[in-house]
Design a protein around this ligand. Structure first.
Ligand code: GRF
Length: 197
């Protein structure tokens, strides 16, 4: 897929977005992908949850989607790999995807999987980041876009955004503030890494 920017043609990266829940990052990435600045085109949405609200977005924007419950993880991952190959997917964006991909899967897509995490990594890897940050009396938290490697939330950091934690912030309020920043950060990170390709 070629796109004309200025007088230069470049290829849009065929992208699959993996989700599990509400899909606000997916929505944001879809909108971004329709802008001139975007180096990606979203071809496939993969969800680990058949009830994920994000699937409605795939339907709305007529993007192909597939659901795998990951009960048989390796089997599902193999099916996903076949699907990604069939659609010639160049890049995977994890966006609120709540499953941990196997080392084998990650190796097959080495350097081509990005994730967004709601903390200032390397702090607060894993779940319940907001609660842990508040309980530790942190003054700041934030979000991070990073490459995915075989260790959870440990791949090379692309971009981060700091968010101030106010005394009155509950995990819910903080999550909301950070999510807003996530929506700015993910497109920025994609531009940073891929726009020069
Ligand atoms: C985001 O905060 C993301 O960083 C985290 O889960 C949340 C998903 O939100 N991993 P959404 O599904 O994109 O709305």
């Amino acid at each position: 897929m070629k796109k004309l920017i200025g007088s230069r043609k470049f290829h849009l990266l065929k992208t699959s977005v993996f989700i599990s829940g509400s899909g606000s990052n997916l929505k944001n990435l879809i909108k971004f992908s329709l802008t001139k600045k975007s180096p990606i085109k979203i071809i496939l949405v993969v969800s680990s949850n058949s009830k994920a609200k994000g699937l409605n977005l795939a339907k709305k924007y007529k993007i192909k989607y597939k659901v795998y419950d990951f009960k048989k993880k390796i089997k599902d991952e193999n099916k996903i790999l076949i699907s990604l190959k069939k659609d010639k997917i160049d890049l995977i964006c994890l966006a609120g995807f709540m499953k941990i991909l196997s080392k084998k899967f990650i190796k097959k897509f080495n350097g081509k999987i990005l994730n967004i995490h709601p903390s200032l990594l390397p702090k607060y890897k894993g779940l319940n980041t907001h609660l842990r940050a508040i309980n530790n009396n942190e003054k700041f938290s934030g979000c991070t876009v990073h490459f995915v490697n075989s260790k959870l939330d440990s791949g090379k950091i692309i971009l981060q955004k700091k968010v101030k934690i106010h005394k009155k912030d509950t995990p819910r309020i903080l999550a909301k503030k950070i999510l807003k920043e996530e929506h700015i950060l993910y497109p920025k990170a994609l531009i940073k890494v891929f726009s020069s390709l």
